[in-house]
Design a protein around this ligand. Structure first.
Ligand code: TRP
Length: 351
């Protein structure tokens, strides 16, 4: 069986370092591993509209931004198909049929949907389209016969729900759809990067993100203002590393090479943490190290982004060509689905 990747992001803002360590970095590594036959990366604008119906301009303004973030991180259009969700009519078509295989109660139990309903304060006014987005996400994944979905931990319940739909579909209509698996970042520190204020999640509305497109001075200001252990007041005080955002970021970003380059007096994270815990290591020194590491990591991304910012018509052309390729793939799956569901009447009624 071929190995196929499908994943994507909602275009509601520029991508930040949480997206980068949580999923983008892994996608690029998988892309370059040469192990996959096809790779589809989707700008999930239709999903973004499920809770932005009144703000189409917000979604529109982020299509090229997200595409440029992808290209900047190293998604290579020669290896990966980048496309736009709303331009693939087979996705809503599949969604309609999958809706018959899922109960309202099951969607209500989806922990990601639950959390998002709470966060958005929808209460009794949940848009039906928003409520159904886990089902449309199953359509996204299965339309491309994806075996592998590199995504953040928050997407695990979505993949689980997709797997249930696939199993149910195949048991009713015969083996047709491919059962996907999620691939999480291998470094567990990358799973949940908190905001620079220490809040659970980086989010644009909380203003606690470091964006991939940010300039070096802005990044430095943000890193130096990061929340740390509030009880670590003087350098000589013992400090806490658990839940300390500066150390969580270092766990996600630092490598032995970065220690050798920027902080050679420490062998690695264990030594640095031990010093902080026993006292005598100041926040400023740790933050300076983190700033150097993040700057080194983001500099090549920023450079590639600049390159694409000067070539917007090319970016649009990449999306256009990717969407054409993606639609052909989805149409082939749709053909099989129609046949399995016995709704390919014009081909089958008299056959
Ligand atoms: N839900 C994802 C997000 O919040 C975007 C998305 C839509 C997606 N369809 C997908 C991710 C299919 C993985 C697979 O950004």
């Amino acid at each position: 069986m071929s190995k196929i990747i499908l994943t994507g992001d909602r275009p509601t803002g520029r991508l930040h370092v949480g997206h980068y360590v949580g999923s983008l970095k892994e996608r690029v590594a998988l892309q370059n591993s040469g192990e996959f036959d096809k790779i589809f990366i989707m700008v999930a604008d239709a999903q973004a509209l499920t809770d932005n119906a009144e703000h189409p301009e917000k979604v529109k303004n982020n299509i090229l931004q997200v595409a440029m973030d992808y290209l900047a991180c190293g998604i290579d259009p020669a290896k990966s198909t980048i496309f736009i969700q709303s331009a693939i009519p087979q996705l809503p078509e599949l969604t309609v049929y999958y809706m018959n295989l899922v109960t309202v109660a099951r969607v209500q139990r989806n922990p990601t949907v639950k959390a998002e309903i709470k966060m958005r304060e929808f209460e009794a006014s949940i848009p039906v389209g928003f409520f159904c987005y886990p089902i449309s996400q199953a359509a996204d994944i299965t339309a491309f016969r994806a075996t592998t979905v590199p995504a953040g931990e928050d997407q695990a319940p979505m993949i689980e729900q997709c797997r249930e739909i696939v199993t149910k579909f195949n048991s009713i209509y015969g083996e047709t759809l491919v059962l996907p698996e999620i691939v999480l970042p291998s470094n567990s520190a990358c799973l949940r990067l908190p905001g620079i204020d220490g809040k659970a999640k980086m989010s644009k509305s909380l203003g606690n993100c470091i964006y991939l497109s940010e300039d070096p001075e802005q990044i430095k200001t943000k890193v130096m203002s990061m929340f740390t252990d509030p009880n670590h007041l003087r350098v000589q005080d013992p400090g806490k590393v658990e839940g300390n955002p500066v150390f969580l970021y270092l766990d996600a970003f630092s490598t032995p090479e970065y220690f050798a380059e920027f902080l050679p007096e420490y062998a690695g994270m264990d030594e640095l943490k031990a010093h902080y815990q026993r006292g005598g290591l100041g926040d400023v020194k740790v933050k300076k190290f983190l700033n150097n590491v993040i700057q080194a990591e983001l500099a090549p991304i920023r450079e590639r982004r600049k390159y694409w910012e000067g070539r917007l018509p090319e970016v649009l052309e990449i999306l256009k060509e990717g969407t054409r390729v993606a639609e052909a793939a989805a149409a082939s799956t749709m053909h099989d689905v129609r046949h399995a569901m016995q709704i390919d009447y014009f081909e089958s009624l008299l056959a």
